[in-house]
Design a protein around this ligand. Structure first.
Ligand code: SF4
Length: 247
C-alpha cells in the first residue's frame, strides 16, 4: 500500500448510545485502524491542516485531542509533547512512561534528570518550548509488555510527525534517543546496533546526536561504554548551550 492512506466513512448504529454515528476505517501502511465518531475531531482538523496557513497552535491542539489508538492504550490517550516554531533543539525519545503519563510533563522522571545532565541544561531551559521541542516517536503511554514498556505506537509518526516537523523550521540539532528515533531519522545511515550508531555519532553531528536511553535501567550500558560520556557528551553540551544562547 506504500504511504497512501484511504478513508472509508459509513453511518453505523452506535452500540453505546443507540444513536447513529460514523465509523471510519483508516488504512495505514501495514495496518488498519477503526475509529468511532468521538475520535473524528482530530481527523477533521488533520485533514483541514493540509493548508500551510493552519496555525501551529491548531496543529498542536489536534495532536493533543488525538484518540486514534484509544482501544490499545491501557491508561487511555494523553499525548505528551512540547513544541514551538522558534525551537532550535528537538528531543525525540520513545514514548512516555506511566509516571510521565500521570504528570503530563515530558521527561518528568529520573530519565529526564539524566537527560538534562547530559545536555547541560536546567529544567527551565529544557521546558522552554520556544527553545526546545520535545516530540517522542509515540506521544501516549503504550502500556507494558513482558520486556518492559511497549514500543511507541506507530500511528503518531504516521499521522503527525511530518506535519509537526514541517512547522519547526529553525531546528538545528535533533537528539535521537533510542533505536526507534534513530531508525526513523537516520534510516539507512543507522549502524547495525544502537551501540554502533551512538559510537559513530561524529558521522551525524551536529544535525543529529544519537543517544542511548537515559533510563537508570541503562546504567550497565553506560558503564560498558564509558567513551560515550567522555566523547559525545562534552560536544553535545557545548552545542546545546550555543543554540540556547541564540534567540
Ligand atoms: S499514541 Fe499517537 S496516534 Fe495514538 S492516540 Fe496517542 S497521539 Fe494519537
Amino acid at each position: 500500500m506504500g504511504e497512501s492512506r484511504r478513508f472509508a466513512i459509513a453511518a453505523t448504529p452506535d452500540g453505546v448510545s443507540g444513536h447513529n454515528s460514523v465509523l471510519v476505517r483508516m488504512a495505514l501502511p501495514g495496518q488498519y485502524v477503526d475509529l468511532s465518531a468521538h475520535v473524528l475531531t482530530s481527523y477533521i482538523i488533520l485533514m483541514s491542516l493540509g493548508s500551510d496557513n493552519a496555525s501551529f497552535e491548531a496543529l498542536l491542539s489536534a495532536v493533543r485531542a488525538c484518540r486514534v489508538c484509544e482501544a490499545h492504550l491501557p491508561l487511555g490517550p494523553r499525548p505528551i509533547l512540547q513544541a514551538s516554531a522558534t525551537a532550535r533543539i528537538l528531543v525525540v525519545g520513545q514514548a512516555p512512561g506511566a509516571r510521565v503519563h500521570r504528570s503530563g510533563i515530558p521527561w518528568d522522571d529520573p530519565s529526564g534528570e539524566r537527560l538534562r545532565a547530559w545536555m547541560g541544561v536546567s529544567k527551565d531551559e529544557f521546558y522552554d518550548a520556544s527553545r526546545v521541542a520535545i516530540i517522542p516517536m509515540g506521544y501516549c503511554y503504550p502500556g507494558r509488555g513482558n520486556g518492559g514498556d511497549l514500543p511507541p505506537r506507530r500511528e503518531c509518526a504516521q499521522l503527525w510527525l511530518g506535519k509537526l516537523l514541517a512547522r519547526l523550521p529553525r531546528i538545528e540539532s535533533t537528539l535521537l534517543i533510542g533505536q526507534h528515533a534513530q531508525r526513523h531519522f537516520l534510516g539507512k545511515r543507522r549502524q547495525r546496533t544502537l551501540t554502533q550508531t551512538v559510537g559513530a555519532w561524529r558521522d551525524y553531528a551536529p544535525r543529529y546526536f544519537p543517544l542511548p536511553h537515559p533510563s537508570p535501567r541503562n546504567t550497565p550500558w553506560l558503564q560498558r561504554n564509558a567513551g560515550f560520556e567522555r566523547g559525545l557528551l562534552p560536544t553535545l553540551r557545548v552545542h546545546v548551550n550555543t543554540l540556547l544562547a541564540r534567540r
